[in-house]
Design a protein around this ligand. Structure first.
Ligand SMILES: C[S@@+](CC[C@H](N)C(=O)[O-])C[C@H]1O[C@@H](n2cnc3c(N)ncnc32)[C@H](O)[C@@H]1O
Length: 274
């Protein structure tokens, strides 16, 4: 039997061509251009076995980003594994908002940083800012630290703290901008057992019976860590805008408003410290 080639594996794959090609790039360690130029050459048996194993995991539903260990966010290639949420395109809006609102040389806090996506994108886009990022998961912080180093971000530009929400910070620490994309799905939501979400850490997704536990804690503690006129900006579910605005107003925040995402869903809520 002749050894399979990249072209024959892609043609025989039940996966969409782009996915099969990406897995093959990963299995061969080669770029797309190489695969196009050498697609008709026999592959090493180990390489085709690796591809077939990856293909089987993908057919089983495992997200492509976990299989390849990488996800693009805000134009940056970030390492991801099953300890972190796969950064979502809609979260790029939170980066845009923070970069737009942050005064020069401001201090920015990213609560629940996961892969470090938001904090790293802000630090890369605005080199004048000093960014602090937290997470309760030490495994997530290990991924974020590696991603930051890969982007050449030293601790003076982006530093990480371990701990649950505000407990990760010193009592007197204050910021001009605080951002968070916390877990916001209700514990019993059936989506948690479907699609990509099945493979992502539950602690990154679910947050109490109404999905608002983390947002409640973040809103209620924000004033103690914002400078005068500092901003809190959070991402939330499409149907949580009204509830989050209420949490922000109860916490004493002003100018509270919500911005829709590109699909028109309420996605980001903003508040300002008096
Ligand atoms: C929805 S993920 C967001 C990750 C990343 N910021 C992003 O947008 O891709 C929420 C993150 O919050 C973290 N987290 C959950 N509970 C936490 C807590 N009590 N304190 C700090 N971080 C927490 C999770 O570990 C996870 O990394």
């Amino acid at each position: 039997m002749t050894a399979p080639t990249a072209d024959s594996l892609i043609a025989a794959s039940p996966l969409p061509r782009t996915e099969a090609r990406r897995l093959l790039e990963y299995a061969t360690g080669q770029r797309r251009e190489w695969l196009l130029a050498h697609g008709d050459e026999p592959l090493e048996p180990l390489v085709s076995e690796r591809f077939l194993a990856l293909q089987a995991s993908r057919i089983n539903g495992e997200p492509l980003s976990y299989l390849c260990g990488e996800r693009e966010f805000y134009g940056l290639a970030l390492r991801v594994n099953r300890a972190v949420l796969i950064p979502r395109p809609e979260t790029e809006l939170l980066v845009d908002a923070a970069c737009e609102l942050a005064p020069r040389h401001a201090a920015v806090l990213d609560l629940g940083t996961g892969s470090g996506a938001i904090a790293i994108a802000i630090a890369v886009t605005r080199p004048d800012l000093r960014v602090v990022a937290t997470d309760r998961s030490s495994d997530a912080l290990a991924v974020a630290t590696e991603n930051a180093a890969h982007q050449g971000l030293t601790p003076s530009r982006l530093s990480f703290r371990a701990g649950s929400w505000w407990q990760a910070l010193a009592h007197a620490e204050r910021f001009e901008i605080i951002v968070a994309n916390p877990p916001y799905i209700a514990d019993a939501d059936p989506h948690l057992t479907e699609g990509d979400l099945r493979f992502e850490p539950r602690s990154a997704l679910a947050s109490g019976s109404d999905g608002l536990d983390a947002l409640r804690e973040i809103a209620s503690g924000a004033l103690a860590h914002l400078v005068t006129s500092g901003r809190l900006i959070v991402e939330h579910g499409w149907d949580q805008g009204a509830a989050v605005r209420t949490l922000f107003l109860r916490a004493g925040l002003q100018d509270v408003h919500t911005q829709p995402d590109l699909a028109g869903h309420e996605r980001l809520t903003f508040g300002r410290a008096p």
